[in-house]
Design a protein around this ligand. Structure first.
Ligand code: GTP
Ligand code: SPV
Ligand code: MN
Length: 586
């Protein structure tokens, strides 16, 4: 008798007709063979064995360098289940259209069967997925990003309790690229892309889109959040989770070297992109990191902005679409002030600045989490870590202050639901366009976003000790167009204020949108930020916020009467507070 997994593998092989089938065990020997295969295929290159041992540079197809949201679909029976912010296809239609592309797509190629666990191997919160792929790069990446191979097969046994994900490179044509999700069957199909979130199906497809839909039914949360522990001078560690849209600073915040480390404040990394959370016996929300590695944005990373990542990257790392120096070392814009000569750009051409940046703007590194010097001793804790604060934020050149605190859970859900951010190179399309991105989940919520807001309210009723909710904006700009806040390790100063607020200390000033730090409440010692700049960073301009409020109202209209009452109430409340402020007290 074959197991449910074997049956699914057989049916996938009948459809895609590979020349070979290889079951991955996750061993180092297997990993070495996969790397050899990648090198033979011609787009992967070993890096300097002395300075970057066991590290590789992979060049993707130039038309395949970021997530493609336009071809990402939620395929529920009822389009209302996908909601107005997702692309929708009827399941039968998706199976027909995308199935036709899978017909014979692996002919002459090897089909890899990649079992993996999301979350600590022994955690009850963890789940098993299996990805079938014809990409050796995907296998090598999944080995870093998840607990992959035998450990997952052992956990699965003959059970049918796994999320199947079928992936094929197809012909890599953007016209024949689809990333489709069937939340009612917990199934993922992806074809035509070898890139990150499109192809590593354990990441955004399972750990967010499918998992968010499971979490809603089962009473837990799957969020696009980093998880960090903030250590105070007394040695106590307070855990926080933060949701920022793609390429808006999650990896950097979670791995920061704190500017306040001499005062005893330091940051420990639990996760950099995704959090799965459920209410623990102690009444706190407990978070696990479903991943085992970091798939981080390379450009802008250097010894000053993120020394922890720079240290982590020196071995066993897979770089994608960076440039390469004559010493066979990776390079990207912002890595060093001296630009190496005679580089190959991300497409393998002799670098010529007239061709644009040497490294692709969304070039990335894939590195095992344990290599980070900041990795938390509890990052692999099967019980997860108790979360005391949620932080939301995005890129807003104007409007949003450096930090503010929501009044309570309901207000915090509203703050998160009204988040907006300027788009980045992590997704295909225009960069710098401000869009609403509730909870940084716009591209990742596997069901109707209005119901997702409802789920947040529901969770609030079920968490005896709910996290405090904050909003941050590291990206506010001055009249000169430059960032007002230095960011990176200096963000520890903002985390310190949050910690004080959690402890019932920390001075704050009420504004219509929430509480901002009182003047002097943020430690500025040793920092070249003037009091004037600080007050500009914390300024809340009611007339700007009245415009924002109207824009938010238009966004919410898209959800019709599916929008939870709690959101409408909060929206009215903010409108009234803003009116009172501009009119002045009677
Ligand atoms: P994804 O992996 O796409 O989810 O991105 P992310 O949210 O983890 O973003 P990441 O930390 O990789 O940062 C993305 C870009 O923002 C990089 O170029 C960083 O250098 C830059 N960045 C991160 N933190 C800050 C900050 O505090 N201030 C400024 N100005 N830039 C930052
Ligand atoms: C993101 O875009 O949020 C990422 C990169 O973390 S990807 O894996 O491509 O989704
Ligand atoms: Mn991300």
């Amino acid at each position: 008798m074959s197991t449910p997994l074997e049956q699914w593998v057989e049916s996938a092989a009948r459809m895609t007709r590979p020349a070979h089938i290889q079951w991955c065990d996750g061993s180092e020997e297997e990993d070495a063979r996969i790397k050899e295969q990648m090198i033979r295929e011609g787009s992967t290159f070993p890096l300097n064995e002395k300075t970057y041992p066991n590290s590789f540079l992979h060049r993707s197809d130039p038309s395949d360098v970021a997530r493609t949201e336009k071809v990402t679909f939620i395929c529920s029976q009822d389009p209302g289940e996908a909601g107005p912010t997702n692309n929708w296809l009827a399941p039968a239609e998706a199976k027909k259209t995308v199935g036709a592309l899978f017909e014979g797509s692996m002919k002459g190629r090897t089909m890899y069967v990649v079992p993996y666990i999301l979350g600590p191997a022994s955690s009850p919160q963890s789940r098993v997925g299996v990805e079938i792929t014809d990409s050796a790069y995907v296998v090598a990446s999944m080995k870093i990003m998840s607990r992959m191979g035998k450990v997952a097969l052992d956990r699965l046994g003959s059970s049918s309790d796994f999320v199947p994900g079928l992936h094929s490179l197809g012909d890599l044509s953007p016209d024949r690229r689809y990333v489709v999700h069937f939340p009612e069957e917990n199934l993922i199909w992806s074809i035509g892309s070898g890139y990150g979130g499109n192809a590593l199906l354990g990441k955004k497809c399972f750990a967010l889109r499918i998992a968010s839909s499971m979490a809603r039914k089962q009473g837990w949360m799957a969020e696009h959040m980093l998880i960090l522990g903030m250590e105070a001078p007394d040695g106590k560690v307070t855990y926080m989770a933060a949701a920022f849209p793609s390429a808006c600073g999650k990896t950097n915040l979670s791995m920061m070297v704190s500017a306040l480390k001499n005062e005893g404040y330091r940051v420990w990394t639990v996760g950099d992109d995704i959090a799965w959370m459920q209410v623990g016996a102690d009444g706190y929300l407990h978070a696990i990191n479903p991943e085992a590695g970091f798939f981080g944005v390379a450009p802008g990373t250097n010894d000053k902005t993120n020394p922890n990542v720079m240290a982590a990257l020196r071995k066993n790392t897979l770089f994608t679409n960076t440039a390469m120096t004559p010493q066979r070392e990776p390079w990207w814009e912002g890595m060093s002030s001296n630009v190496p000569t005679d580089m190959l750009d991300w497409q393998g051409r002799a670098w010529n600045p007239s061709n644009g940046p040497a490294a692709q703007a969304n070039s990335r590194y894939t590195v095992p989490a344990v290599q980070a010097p900041s990795i938390s001793p509890r990052w692999d804790d099967p019980a997860g870590v108790p979360i005391s604060a949620f932080i939301f934020g995005g890129r807003r050149a104007r409007l949003a202050p450096l930090v503010y605190e929501a009044m309570n859970w309901q207000h915090g859900v509203y703050v998160a639901a009204t988040m907006a951010s300027e788009t980045t190179a992590a997704i295909t399309g225009a960069v710098g366009v401000t869009r609403r991105d509730p909870m940084a989940m716009l591209p990742f919520c596997g069901y109707n976003m209005a119901d997702y807001f409802g789920h947040w309210f529901e969770m609030g009723r079920n968490i005896p000790h709910p996290p405090k909710i904050f909003h941050v904006n590291w990206f506010r700009k001055g009249a000169d167009g430059k960032f007002l806040w230095p960011g990176y390790g200096e963000n520890a100063r903002v985390l310190k204020w949050m910690l004080e607020r959690i402890q019932g200390k920390g001075a704050a000033t009420e504004t219509p949108i929430g509480a901002v730090p009182a003047p002097n409440a943020i430690t500025l010692d040793g920092l070249d930020v003037s009091r004037e700049t600080m007050s500009e960073l914390l300024r809340v301009d009611p007339s700007d916020w009245i415009k924002e409020h109207a824009d938010v109202g238009n966004f919410f209209e898209r959800f019709g009467d599916r929008l939870p009452e709690g959101i409408s109430e909060q929206h009215k409340g903010l409108g009234a507070r803003l009116q009172r402020t501009t009119v002045g007290p009677k």
